[in-house]
Design a protein around this ligand. Structure first.
Ligand code: NAP
Length: 375
């Protein structure tokens, strides 16, 4: 088996990083790494986890001399870190491969957005042309592409609108905790009335709503109530009525597919909801040809091994096409495949995927495998 010589991993303690390290262990990826160096911005010098071929003490993630000895760096540390370290490291003449979960470098001409089940040929071509920056895509975009892979492959997509229902883990570990705290506070606040059999549900509702609108609720880094609520704005304001998250749907998808010169129009409305790990999305898709639902289902199902089509009926949908059913699994659940009543070339689809797996960690893990094959 081919090997990666010296791999540095920054951000392995974080949410995406720990899911990635877990997947690397599950899949035996460390067998093809000759030496792994785990870095930290806050715990350098302390003992790290005991792993095969791994230095026992954590290295300093800000030490450019140390980073410059690596053949490959994986960063799941966040955009601020990339901003601080990447350019000075390249300026020192470092020629290694930079794999990153953060969005900082994604749209650079010198970066490839990686989602190899869809764009392995682009990845390999760019590698052959000497590219060295391979960046994971936005979670929602990667999950959409995995779900609709077959339709893109068959060139069936004219345009898409995406309505997203995005999990709080996309906001980081702290926001997951805050959501739970909000849920607990709401329950605690309603408990006296809940215990009274004769209490009116409208009294409970108004008590909760008053609490959610008061300063007493813990909003923390989420900034707003999310429990019993939803937040139709994710990422920064582009000052044109759209959020940066919505912009990514069109921009990143077309870059991943290598269609920047002939883009597929994609419009998104991105919404944060109170789920933990899974992003759900409802698509309306204009097809380039009037293909029947059975054929569309086959095309979607056969595109890759992770798509799992859920039969379009009430029981299967409620059982299997939900964040609760999909959380922690590599499956990309796809269902509610149907044509609209107003135009048989316009279809709808609903999909659910774990945004920490295919949405973040898995494309990076698989890129390391592609690099190992080459070295
Ligand atoms: P995170 O959980 O906040 O972790 C980032 C770093 O925070 C860790 O590597 C660790 O670095 C430090 N840290 C401080 N206290 C910690 C604690 N108690 N437990 C664990 N780590 C702690 O970040 P993330 O959500 O994984 O996101 C990392 C990057 O991936 C971001 O750029 C993000 O945009 C991108 N991304 C995230 C998602 C997602 O679902 N969250 C999806 C796609 C892409 P030190 O060891 O150096 O202290």
């Amino acid at each position: 088996m081919k090997k990666v010589k010296r791999l540095g991993f920054v951000g392995w303690r974080g949410m995406v990083g720990s899911v990635l390290l877990g997947r690397m262990q599950e899949e035996g990826d460390l067998d093809y790494v000759e030496e792994l160096v785990l870095y930290s911005t806050s715990q350098a010098g302390q003992p790290g986890p005991e792993l095969a071929n791994t230095q026992p003490l954590l290295a300093d993630a800000m030490d450019l001399d140390s980073l410059s000895t690596l053949d490959v760096i994986i960063s799941c540390q966040g955009g601020d870190y990339t901003q601080k370290v990447y350019a000075p490291l390249r300026d020192m003449g470092w020629q290694g491969y930079w794999l990153d979960a953060a969005s900082t470098l994604r749209m650079n001409n010198s970066s490839t957005i990686i989602l190899d089940p869809l764009n392995q040929s682009i990845i390999k071509e760019n590698l052959a042309n000497g590219q060295r920056d391979f960046i994971g895509g936005n979670c929602t975009v990667s999950l959409m592409l995995m779900a609709l892979h077959g339709l893109f492959k068959e060139n069936l997509v004219e345009w898409i609108t995406a309505m997203t229902y995005q999990a709080i883990s996309g906001g980081g570990a702290q926001q997951m905790r805050e959501l739970l705290i909000q849920m607990g506070e709401i329950h605690e606040h309603a408990t006296p009335l809940l215990r009274l059999q004769e209490s009116s549900i409208l009294d409970i509702d108004s008590r909760i709503n008053e609490y959610l609108n008061s300063d007493a609720l813990t909003t923390g880094t989420i900034g707003y109530p999310l429990a019993n609520n939803l937040l139709p704005w994710i990422d920064i304001d582009l000052d044109n009525g759209t959020s940066r998250e919505e912009w990514k749907g069109h921009a990143e998808t077309n870059k991943i597919l290598g269609r920047e010169d002939n883009p597929i129009p994609i419009e998104s409305t991105c919404v944060r909801v109170g789920t933990f790990r899974c992003h759900s999305q409802a698509f309306t898709i204009a097809l380039s040809q009037d293909v029947g639902v059975d054929d569309l289902t086959d095309i979607i199902e056969q595109a890759n091994q992770w798509v799992k089509v859920i039969p379009n009926n009430r029981q299967n949908t409620l059982q299997s096409l939900t964040p609760v059913a999909v959380s922690g699994s590599m499956d990309i659940a796809v269902g509610k495949i149907r044509k609209t009543a107003f135009n048989s070339k316009i279809m709808t689809i609903f999909t659910v995927g774990d945004q920490l797996l295919w949405g973040a960690a898995e494309p990076l893990r698989r890129m390391l495998g592609i690099l190992a094959e080459r070295s």
